[in-house]
Design a protein around this ligand. Structure first.
Ligand code: CDP
Length: 204
């Protein structure tokens, strides 16, 4: 029987780390749906038409190099506002969610649009300043010239675009549990997420 965990939230809130840890804990598969939009965005930066790039996407494209840059993140959030792009990516995400072994999907619209019947919905958030600092430290590992102010501006611009788009805007599902990681270490955030999931699985 499938068991689906939807983890949504804004850029660099800790969704990815929490999702990976939760998937490992329960032995579930994990899909970072942001990678789908990043892969489309990176094709568009190379000249592709957005909806065509989304329709042509394959699972291998998700492991391409260079998808984690700030430039690709911005391109991803632009293509993510195009309804035809979002539509082309729905079936792949829903098929993943139905895996018999259990699935964790993280993104922006998993609990609201992709998997409205998910067994557990979490919305992971943190202040823009805390999120920018985390992303700054990540990006600094590959690009020492990155500036904190630029990362903060980038995070805020992307959040605004993701929240205000007409199609599948980022927002917590009405039945989502909000986890604010501003003052939490990663272990505490993961423990909270596991606690919420255990409640729904009836094992605590
Ligand atoms: O890692 P980070 O949180 O910075 O971003 P991401 O999850 O890789 O997502 C990149 C962009 O893809 C976001 O800014 C969204 O515009 C878009 N996205 C989306 O619209 N819906 C999703 N389910 C996942 C990502």
């Amino acid at each position: 029987m499938s068991f689906t965990i939807a983890i949504d939230g804004p850029a660099a809130a800790g969704k990815g780390t929490i999702s990976k840890a939760v998937a490992a804990h329960f032995g579930f598969g994990h899909l970072d749906t942001g990678l789908l939009y990043r892969a489309v965005g990176s094709r568009v930066l190379l000249g592709a038409e957005p909806a065509e790039a989304a329709r042509a996407l394959t699972a291998q494209d998700l492991s391409a190099d260079g998808l984690r840059t700030a430039e690709v993140a911005q391109a991803a959030s632009k293509v993510a506002a195009i309804p035809e792009v979002r539509q082309a990516l729905v079936d792949f995400q829903r098929a993943f969610a139905m895996r018999a072994a259990g699935a964790v999907l993280d993104g922006r619209d998993i609990g609201t649009v992709i998997c409205p019947d998910a067994d557990v919905k979490l919305f992971v958030t943190a202040s823009a300043e805390v999120r920018a600092m985390r992303r700054f430290k990540e990006l600094q590992e590959t690009d020492p010239s990155v500036a904190l102010q630029a990362v903060l501006a980038d995070v805020k611009e992307r959040d605004a675009r993701d929240m205000n788009r007409a199609d599948a805007p980022m927002k917590p599902a009405s039945d989502a549990v909000i986890i604010d990681t501003s003052d939490l270490g990663i272990d505490e955030a993961v423990a909270l997420a596991i606690l919420e999931i255990d409640k729904k699985r009836g094992t605590s």
